[in-house]
Design a protein around this ligand. Sequence first.
Ligand code: ADP
Ligand code: MG
Length: 256
Amino acid sequence: MSRKTETVDSMGTDRPEIEIRGLHKSFGDNKVLRGIDLDIARGEVVCVIGPSGSGKSTLLRCVNLLEEPTSGQVFVGGTEVTDLDVDIDAVRRRIGMVFQQFNLFPHLNVTENLTLPQRRVLRRSKARAAAVARENLLRVGLADKADAYPAQLSGGQQQRVAIARALVMGPEVMLFDEPTSALDPELVGEVLSVMRLLAAEGMTMMVVTHEMSFAREVADRVVFMDGGVIVEHGPAAQVVGDPQHERTRNFLMRIL
Ligand code: ADP
Ligand code: MG
């Protein structure tokens, strides 16, 4: 198999953390992804940008099998997640996802939101789940909100809880789908700070975002999608600062 980027990690394997090969996804006659090839190395942060409807969410959702690809392959940590025999739950446990809408359980407090998936999915003891919840609340700067209910938190705080909820599962990869798009402008920074911290810790991240300053500062690479294909990709400074394609230039002119 040919590979665009090769990495050597501590396990001695040489495969990228995420490998996407010839990925197509259609909904009926609507060909949403039309052949996506992308490698993401361990610890790499890739921002995906592009106009509304270009297939960004569908791409992320195909990586953790929230959508079943029409054809093509996706590997995460060397495991083919598109293999029909794969244990989908085991795959999803390794991939954290954060959405635009935080989707916290409103009737559970912050700690309960964080312990429930650990208890149900990982079968952790109550004490262990609570300890992991505390660790991760500390990580997102919300140790003092352990007993609060979602409605008592700002949007930025709720999104940080949603990130912590993904982190308690110990994912190898984090997918973010416009994590700051639903937030008031003054709350965007605190969520981006948490994401910056995760990037610095070496988390492999795929981030759909319109936050170009974040992309420039944190992303190792930026991918510009349009019409279900990757139009161009490269270092953030190159794609955002000196785009080679007309479509990329037009898009950036509209959002910057
Ligand atoms: P983006 O995130 O870039 O805005 P999406 O991946 O959400 O784009 O959507 C791309 C296209 O796929 C849109 O035309 C959308 O209507 C279609 N689409 C996405 N999800 C579904 C679905 N579950 N069923 C049918 N069509 C869908
Ligand atoms: Mg989307």
